[in-house]
Write a protein that binds this ligand. Structure first.
Ligand SMILES: Cc1cc2nc3c(=O)[nH]c(=O)nc-3n(C[C@H](O)[C@H](O)[C@H](O)COP(=O)(O)OP(=O)(O)OC[C@H]3O[C@@H](n4cnc5c(N)ncnc54)[C@H](O)[C@@H]3O)c2cc1C
Length: 466
């Protein structure tokens, strides 16, 4: 640990996509920037993501798909993403050409890695920030923040105290914090959630902002996640094993019943939100050979999610996968899981009959699209749990990224971006990497709005390593 006194223009908490975009944006305009990161290395969740940086193409499209999100922030996202992707590329980051995503939008993919392993890309982003003079302190989490004249005093868990004119919160949400999940989602839902992401995002940004008088935004009980095979899944396999194709299959709970319109969300993000309300928070993904071969291997979302044999991967990860020649055989095989055979068979037959007579919308719960009967053996059932990738409620910001207080007044010098900033998405979701990039750059730019030349009135920094 180096001991120095140095007036920072900007401290960024978090070195994921939003924090790094913020740091680069502020540093390229001449700000002195220090990034604090809880982990040993940069990258955050982006490093284990599919790497698709995308958004719906128009405001109309995002409003239609995410009506409970903030329209002003959504407009920022859709109008700025293409230019911000060019900006990222102009900093030497390798991106694919633009391509469609999930029938909902378009974007560009991180290159130089694989789905679930984008450390190289995120490392290159951190290197770019370093070249612009940004200072990084790893394993140095922001712990708490106090107002001081002209800025903030930031304390880290490593025992250092830093003074800064502007503070950007980019700590990635609160999905890693059981206590906060319990507070906002309720104990019944929270205890069933499986963390499909990194454990370091424990709501530190949110707590710091609330302590400074910030208001929350968006539905604090909503989250973005996926149905996840129930096994020991290392971070790099979380993306590859994710069954986006659940929207073409059906989900059956321990009572042998469907509980959600599996096709309601284009990226199946509603399924885990309902799945965590089911008995024991467990459910089964049921499909046949036809569905698996058509949608399970090539999941038809984006080329960032490559075609692989997901069933083989799930089995390798010790996920219980049942396979049978008929529905009755399957029912008898998964009776050991506590699912009563008769209701299970009856439910699937009812579903199949509705699909065959185009009556999916009359089912309870209905099936509005992709109503494909489950009939071509082998028939599979994969034990699953509701995965949470990140929370969608968070800190209230304006369209420059400034944090707002309980009376919607800006808290001068305090910014939030990425998952920490709440309200752009709700129960439906449309691209967190795109939002992290756009909101991060927006905050970095906002910190340097002509203010960095004036003398710094506060103290300095002690005990933070470069
Ligand atoms: C498996 C998987 C696949 C995904 N695929 C996609 C995809 O293809 N497209 C897409 O749009 N989205 C995808 N996402 C979601 C997307 O990756 C994240 O939502 C996005 O990267 C969040 O960026 P962020 O900067 O807000 O937060 P994060 O990336 O989570 O970064 C936050 C950083 O802050 C650090 N931190 C936490 N607390 C502190 C503290 N107190 N002080 C300092 N640092 C702290 C954390 O260690 C972390 O590095 C995926 C996510 C996962 C998990």
């Amino acid at each position: 640990m180096q001991s120095s006194r140095m007036p920072w223009d900007v401290v960024v908490a978090g070195a994921g996509m939003s924090g790094l975009a913020a740091a680069i944006a502020a540093a390229e305009k001449g700000a002195r920037v220090c990034v604090l990161e809880k982990r040993k290395r940069p990258g955050g969740a982006a490093a284990i993501s599919a790497g698709a940086i995308w958004a719906p193409k128009t405001l109309g499209r995002i409003r239609e798909y995410v009506p409970d999100g903030d329209p002003a922030l959504q407009e920022v996202l859709v109008s700025r993403l293409p230019g911000d992707l060019d900006w990222l590329a102009s900093h030497g980051l390798e991106l694919s050409p633009t391509e469609p995503v999930g029938g909902l939008g378009e974007g560009r993919n991180m290159l130089g890695g694989e789905s679930g392993s984008h450390e190289r890309f995120m490392g290159a982003m951190a290197d770019r920030a370093l070249k612009l003079g940004v200072s990084f302190s790893y394993e140095t989490p922001l712990q708490d923040v106090r107002r001081e004249p002209g800025g903030f005093e930031v304390r880290t868990s490593a025992g250092s105290t830093i003074s800064t004119r502007s503070l950007i919160l980019a700590t990635g949400g609160y999905q890693g914090n059981t206590e906060l999940l319990t507070r906002y989602l309720g104990a019944d839902r929270a205890r069933h959630l499986y963390l499909r992401g990194l454990p370091e995002s424990t709501g530190d940004g949110l707590m710091a902002a609330l302590a400074l008088g910030a208001k929350t935004a968006g539905d604090m009980s909503a989250f973005y996640g996926h149905t996840m095979p129930d096994g020991n899944i290392p971070p790099e396999d979380m993306q590859p094993v994710t069954p986006y194709f659940a929207r073409f299959a059906i989900l059956i709970n321990l009572q042998g019943r469907r509980f959600v319109d599996e096709s309601a969300a284009l990226l199946e993000e509603i399924n885990p939100q309902e799945g965590c309300r089911q008995p024991e928070g467990r459910y089964f993904l049921v499909f046949d050979r036809n569905i698996y071969e058509t949608y399970g291997i090539n999941q038809q979302v984006t080329s960032a999610i490559p075609s692989i044999d997901r069933l083989a991967l799930a089995r390798k990860l010790d996920v219980p996968v049942y396979e049978a020649g008929s529905l009755v055989e399957l029912a008898s095989a998964i009776r050991a899981e506590g699912i009563p055979a008769e209701p299970f068979v009856h439910e699937i037959e009812r579903y199949n009959n509705a699909c065959r007579s185009n009556a999916g919308t009359y089912l309870d719960p209905p099936r509005i699209r992709h109503a494909i009967p489950i009939e071509k053996p082998p028939i599979y059932a994969v034990r699953c749990v509701p995965g949470i990738t990140c929370t969608t409620g968070g800190i209230l910001i304006d369209t420059e990224g400034t944090v707002l207080d309980c009376e919607n007044r800006p808290i001068s010098g305090l910014f939030a971006c990425g998952v920490d900033a709440g309200g752009i998405f709700g129960r439906h979701y449309a691209g967190f990497l795109g939002w992290a990039l756009v909101s991060g750059r927006m905050c970095g730019n906002a910190t340097v709005g002509g203010r960095i030349e004036t003398p710094y009135p506060g103290g300095g920094m002690t005990g933070v390593a470069d």
